[in-house]
Each structure stands twice: as C-alpha cells, then as structure tokens.
Design a protein around this ligand. Structure first.
Ligand SMILES: [Fe+2]
Ligand SMILES: [Fe+2]
Length: 430
C-alpha cells in the first residue's frame, strides 16, 4: 500500500469515528447563561419547589431568587435569594455545571416568580404555583416514552401544554431519552428533550422515573448505570428506598398519593425489587389520600408477545390488588393500551371498576401489538399525551392524539365503600 492510500484510509477512519480516538462534542455547549431550567416536585408541593439548571464552569455560585408574583414591576433585590449546590458532569467533550436550589417554606396555592443565576447572568423571571393545602381539584399531564428524535415528539409536549397550561405537573414514565445511540450523544438527547419543551418545564414541574433507556451506556449497551445526566439534571425527591434517590419516590398532591417506582432497577436486582415492594406496601397501608396513582416504566401486562415484566408484576400486582390502587401508568411498549383488572375475589358487574392500567407513548418510536389482548382500548402508531383530573370523588382521564383529538377517555367515580365505578366523562368537563 502506498503512502497516499494509507493517508486516505486514515482520513476515512477519522471521519467515520471508527478510531474512537476523537471524542465527539455535544451540539449543546454550555455558557454562563442558565439553560435547561426545570422545576421538580420535591417534598410537600404546597410548601416546596425545586429548580435545576445548567451553566458552564465559570459560574461558581448556585443562586436563585424568589418573590410573590406581583402584578407590578419589581426590582430584583426585593426578591429573596436562595443558595443551592452544584455538581459538574464531564461528558461528550464538555464539562457542564448543574445547579440545584430547593425553595422551601412557600405558601400554599400561591403563584411565585423566580429566576436562577444572578446579576447579568440571571435568567428571566418564571412563575409557578404551589399546590393547595387541601384536596382541591387539579389536573396533571402524563406522557409515555418521548425517547428518540425530537422531530415528531416536540409537537406533543407543546400541544399538551397549550391545552393544559395550568397543569399541576407533567409526569414522564421513563425512556425520556434513548441513552446515547450511534447517531446521538447523551447530552445531545437531553439538549433536544429540553429544546422540545422550551420554557414549559421552567413553569410546570416535571415528575419522572427512568426507563431502561436511562440505564444504557452509549459505549457498552449492556452496562447498566443510571444516565449520568439524570440526578444532576433533576432535583427529584429522595424519599424512596436507599440507593434509589430521584428514581423511586412518592408525594401527595391535593388528595392523591403518587408512588413512582423504578421498574428497571426492580428487574435487575432482587434486592431492589424487594426493597421497593416493601416501601410501596408501607405507602399503601398507611395512605391518607382518597386516590392512589402508581407510575413506572415496565407494564404488568405487555402489548408485545415477546415481552413479559414478570418481576415487576409479581412484586407489585399483589399490592395493587390488595390496596385497590386506582390507576397504574406505564410506558415501554411504544403503543397505547388501556385495560382493567378487578380486585381479586370480586366478580365485576356492570360499571364496577378495578385498577385501570395504561401503556402510552409520546415519541415517534412505534411497536406493534401482538400479545393476547388484555386491553379494552388500544392504538398503534399514534403519539399521545394524557390529562388526568381529580375532583373530589371523580377522576377523569383523557388521552389525546398528536392532532389534539380525544383518543380515549374514562371517568372513575369513587363510592363510599372505596370501590370505583367506571364510565364515560361528561362532555367538556375536565
Ligand atoms: Fe423502555
Ligand atoms: Fe421506550
């Protein structure tokens, strides 16, 4: 081989990246200006709110300011300053600094204005509203796997927000990102995920649990570490089992107990399956709320004949049955399916409801449905978002397709004995 041929082959190897010698650099280079500003539920939502954002490493303090959302122009120094902490993530060719502040001692049902950073490096002012102290009606948004390209997913989160801008929070049931594929760096994926939402997550808190794709390593797909951007990039509750901080946790929101389970960690470790089941049982046994919603990634019942999340089902379904969980929200199967099982030992008649299970998807990656049909309502090749509203003894659920049309809906009415009736919600009622 002559020298020209060797030089040509070397150049081609470099371009294709096969040498591995050159680290690719993220499309999203951080600067001193705050970005990826995301609110998270963290503790009592009537009194606390967490915010996370990133900058480059020239910013050496994690400061945020907060004030009642006054109707008038207000000077920045009239706001309270809250100090937080930061951690650096070096990945994909850059070091980014992720800052985290938790606002505490807030008043219930109150709209606050806040900004992150300080001086000329501060963000604009955003607003959010704390939860009511009582069990007032509220609506939250739920999205299944957004995983994959922003191209078709972005319209879903934007349309969801446009229809329900006053949502208490937006819940994601895992596979928010793909985990770094050959085409995308992990940081690019998170950059895209935040870009799709624009300012939405700076005003509507995110509640999220990881899916299996948040545990993929881009270099070694079988290696199972939590996506390096998860804990730095969010400030989610740490009140679940030890070691599962920000992946398994719970909170109560205006009369609804939310239990967020990390099902991928349940599938990979008997210890983490046991510890999560014991923790879930404690939350169900001693539950002051009228309604209970559980959310995790892997469904008890798959829509695919090749998939069976036995450990998740065997660990949690007996508890769901025993304590009458109202709603179980999942993803992973990249289709839409909604079905129901009745409480064990009870024969369903008429409109008697048991636990309602739903699988949904918001991104554009799609699978077929070829399992034995357990669902009453199913859709393929359809991107969706859901609104779930709770008002006293009524829970109203609607799934919307990417055109904004209602794709599925039901209403649960809680009877005095704690059991639910299922029916169709009245038109134009949340
Ligand atoms: Fe998944
Ligand atoms: Fe997925």
């Amino acid at each position: 081989m002559n020298r020209f041929a060797i030089a040509l082959i070397s150049a081609l190897l470099l371009i294709s990246g096969e040498t591995g010698a050159q680290e690719r650099i993220t499309n999203y280079i951080p600067s001193a200006k705050p970005e990826r500003i995301v609110l998270n539920i963290n503790g009592d939502p009537a009194a606390t709110m967490a915010v996370t954002w990133r900058t480059d490493t020239t910013v050496t303090e994690s400061l945020a300011q907060i004030i009642f959302n006054l109707p008038t122009v207000f000077p920045a120094d009239s706001a309270s300053t809250v100090k937080g902490s930061w951690q650096d993530v070096t990945a994909d060719g850059v070091t980014a600094r992720f800052h985290s502040v938790i606002f505490t001692g807030l008043r219930p049902a109150t709209t606050y204005a806040y900004r992150v950073g300080s001086g000329s490096g501060a963000s604009e002012w955003f607003t959010f509203k704390t939860a009511e102290a009582g069990n007032d009606p509220f609506t939250f948004l739920w999205l299944g796997d957004s995983q994959g390209p922003i191209s078709l997913y972005a319209r879903v989160i934007r349309h969801a927000y446009r229809t329900t801008p006053d949502a208490a929070f937006v819940l994601y049931t895992g596979d928010l990102v793909d985990g770094g594929s050959s085409a995308k760096l992990q940081d690019d994926e998170w950059g895209d995920w935040h870009r799709a939402a624009g300012f939405i997550f700076s005003e509507v808190p995110v509640v999220a649990t990881p899916g299996n794709h948040e545990f993929y390593d881009p270099q070694v797909r079988q290696k199972r570490d939590l996506n390096r951007f998860w804990r730095p990039g969010f400030t989610l509750p740490g009140n679940g089992p030890a070691g599962l901080e920000e992946t398994a946790y719970s909170f109560d929101y205006q009369g609804v107990r939310f239990i967020i389970v990390s099902s991928d960690e349940m599938l990979r470790s008997e210890d983490l399956a046991r510890s999560q089941a014991a923790w879930v049982e404690g939350l169900l046994k001693d539950n002051p709320c009228r309604w209970t919603v559980m959310a995790f990634h892997h469904p008890f019942f798959s829509t695919s004949a090749r998939r069976d999340n036995k450990v998740v089902r065997e660990s949690l379904k007996p508890l769901v049955d025993k304590y009458g969980v109202d709603l179980v929200l999942t993803g992973h199967d990249h289709t839409y399916a909604r079905g129901m099982t009745l409480p064990e030992g009870v024969i369903g008649k008429g409109n008697q409801a048991g636990t309602v299970y739903v699988v949904s998807v918001s991104g554009s990656k799609m699978y077929q449905q070829d399992a034995d049909q357990w669902w009453e309502s199913g859709l393929i090749n359809t991107q969706l978002w859901q609104t779930i509203s709770v008002d006293g003894n009524r829970l109203t659920y609607r799934a919307y397709d990417a055109s904004g049309a209602v794709a599925d809906q039901f209403m649960l009415t809680k009877k005095k004995d704690g059991r639910n009736r299922i029916g169709v919600p009245p038109v134009n009622k949340k």
